[in-house]
Design a protein around this ligand. Structure first.
Ligand code: SF4
Length: 654
């Protein structure tokens, strides 16, 4: 018997219409857990690096995590993996909500889709009954309409639906995959669905999930729930409101946006408005938020309620997630939050990434103001920024006129437009738009995470470390109950927090590189564990002092999945997954040259020191100077097949 996972994947070839229920290999679960881990094993085995994103031979995998759908709080993530049309590397994008648990209840861990349908279709999974259905009537429909119409025609109690909008159908490189309550936005997974003529996947399941040792498992789940409650009632003192709670990151529950609005850059990631937040803005934004936010809601089996149903008169009601509350407002330099709620409603209906889309539009405005784009490119372009954003969004999702160029994202658009537009591409990493934060002094920890991280939303790589030294008077208090630190690292990590900010103990040349690497590794490893188990990062790798950590996760994996797991083994598993992800991209050409943050992310840069940091990190990870995992590293992790492939392709020598 398989525990926690179902042991079956659904394989669908849209070119032939073939549908198969295929058992998965339990050995892969032992080695890679599930979710992103096993997705990458499948991708490695089936998609050689010659395959282009928009090839029928590219696959797209929709996966629950190993613990998805169990009673583990927040085990609800869907991990979508494919080749990104924007970066041309492999990519994974994650959404919360309810879809993955339904997939598990239907009896599947993953859906692996290959081929291309000749006509627009959707997939309907009703436990064992799986159909590919005509979706011609859904062509051009919004993500909201698609979900509603599919639910109506299936006439079943609440099937969960993943859908693309116009942006996905038109293969906009930053098209998202939307559910009613969440969104997988990064790296253009919606464009891959669109390319395959796959409008949606609806799923409903009523089966059980087996748990190896239910009593132990439930005991741990209850402890996690107790800790969540404790943290919700006891925010961390001395840090900005947005960092003091758990969640993702409670954006819709909090009104205080001082930290985001004054620390992040507005427009095309250019302008810091350090004085923006004042009492008047705070009052206005609170009123706008209170009137637009109808209800706070949670994902499956989570009490935190990070999300909100938003309704602005005249616009479709929708679930707002995370930071898209501010991304459009700040990119458009529009001071009113109401605009953000309105344009996000439209953007989500079309299915675009709420991080990338506003940056692309701000980039176009900047080019227009600089005379690089003209009236000829943007006929009838409004003079007011908010109106410009509506105009640009419409052009992009339809790939109409200049929208066809902008739909590929800043990096590719800049190169197509030419005339100096490349200089305006200053906030991408590996051809993908980043969160618009620009800072003064180089942060060596973030330097490594931004440069080398392959989880596209960098906000999700950030984690359990404060981003700046804590106020002196709360440091002792902070480390007192810092139970999340992995075994053996307690003393040095606590010492780091206690000393950070003291004279001579500031960035960029402090702490020493080996400690920097250890801190980076901790944050990265936690993300790979979450994304393999299907846990919400908001309860684990993302916030300060989360309820999940290296001490209770091995117990949950052991008791849930029946895999004998301890802290060391889980740590090694996350390193294995990290290396497999890296290797999959190395095979597609990723090298040292790609490992860099946006050009002007920090005002103060130190090229020699940064090169040394990269060397240290590569060496710490067991990679060579080009960032390629070495033979020893791969063999130690049981990734011999990667080493053999690297030798065959001339990436490593024998
Ligand atoms: S913490 Fe927030 S985003 Fe995460 S599962 Fe709970 S409600 Fe969803």
């Amino acid at each position: 018997m398989r525990y926690a996972e179902t042991g079956f994947n659904l394989e669908i070839d849209l070119s032939t219409g073939n549908i198969e229920r295929v058992p998965s290999d339990p050995q892969d679960t032992e080695l890679y857990l599930g979710g992103v881990g096993t997705n990458y094993k499948i991708l490695w085995d089936r998609v050689p690096p010659e395959i282009e994103p928009f090839s029928a031979d590219n696959i797209i995998i929709f996966s629950a995590g190993l613990l998805g759908g169990t009673m583990a709080p927040g085990a609800n993530r869907t991990i979508i993996t494919s080749i990104s049309p924007q970066t041309l590397f492999t990519g994974f994008s994650i959404l919360g909500g309810y879809w993955a648990p339904q997939l598990k209840y239907a009896g599947f861990d993953k859906i692996i889709v290959r081929g291309k349908s000749p006509d627009l279709v959707y997939i309907w999974i009703d436990n064992d009954k799986v159909e590919i259905r005509d979706a011609s009537h859904l062509k051009g429909k919004s993500t909201y309409e698609t979900t509603r119409l599919i639910r109506e025609e299936l006439d079943q109690p609440y099937p969960e639906v993943l859908a693309i909008g116009l942006a996905g159908e038109n293969r906009v490189y930053f098209a998202s995959v939307e559910s009613a309550t969440s969104s997988a936005s990064r790296l253009g997974m919606g464009a891959i669905m669109g390319d395959k003529n796959l409008k949606a996947i609806a799923v409903r399941g009523t089966k059980d999930i087996n748990i190896a040792r239910p009593e132990v498992f439930m005991d741990q789940c209850n402890k996690v729930l107790d800790y969540i409650q404790y943290r919700l009632e006891n925010p961390i003192p001395g840090v900005p409101a947005i960092l003091s709670f758990i969640g993702s990151p409670q954006e819709m529950a909090l009104h205080d946006e001082k930290w985001h609005t004054i620390s992040f850059s507005w427009g095309n990631a250019r302008i810091r408005r350090k004085d923006f937040w004042n009492e008047e803005v705070a009052r206005e934004w609170e009123q706008t938020m209170e009137s637009a936010r109808k209800k706070l809601i949670s994902c499956y089996n989570c009490p935190v309620r990070c999300r909100a149903i938003v309704q602005v008169p005249g616009y479709p009601s929708y679930t707002m997630k995370c930071f898209s509350k501010l991304t459009y407002v700040m990119a458009a330099m529009a001071d009113d939050l109401d605009f953000g709620f309105k344009i996000a409603s439209i953007a989500q209906s079309h299915g675009v990434d709420g991080f990338t889309a506003p940056q692309v539009m701000a980039f176009a405005v900047e080019l227009y103001e600089a005379g690089v784009l003209t009236e000829e490119d943007l006929p009838g372009f409004p003079s007011e920024n908010r109106e410009r954003f509506y105009y640009l969004l419409d052009k992009i999702v339809k790939r109409e006129g200049i929208g066809d160029v902008l739909a590929d994202g800043v990096y590719w658009a800049a190169r197509k437009i030419g005339k100096g537009a490349e200089a305006y591409d200053h906030n991408t990493i590996k051809k993908h738009e980043q969160i618009p934060i620009k800072l003064g002094m180089l942060n060596p920890i973030y330097y490594i995470m931004w440069s080398t991280g392959e989880k596209a939303n960098i906000t999700q790589i950030e984690g359990q470390l404060p981003q700046a030294p804590l106020p002196k008077d709360i440091r002792e208090e902070f480390v007192k109950d810092w139970i999340q630190i992995p075994t053996g690292k307690e003393e040095k990590f606590k010492k780091f927090i206690l000393e950070w900010g003291e004279e001579g103990k500031t960035f960029p040349f402090w702490p020493p590189p080996d400690l920097i690497c250890e801190l980076v590794e901790w944050q990265e490893n936690m993300h790979y564990i979450d994304d393999s188990l299907g846990l919400c990062a908001g309860l684990s790798s993302f916030p300060l002092k989360p309820p999940y950590h290296m001490h209770n996760l091995p117990v949950l994996v052991s008791a849930g999945a029946g895999i004998e797991m301890d802290e060391d083994r889980l740590w090694e598993t996350s390193i294995r997954v990290r290396n497999l992800v890296r290797a999959s991209n190395v095979r597609r050409g990723m090298r040292r040259k790609d490992d860099k943050p946006p050009e002007d992310h920090w005002k103060k840069r130190f090229p020699d020191y940064e090169a040394k940091l990269l060397d240290e990190y590569y060496s710490y990870r067991g990679w060579n100077k080009e960032g390629i995992p070495t033979k020893q590293t791969l063999q130690k992790l049981g990734l011999d097949f990667v080493y053999e492939d690297f030798v065959k392709r001339g990436i490593l020598e024998e």
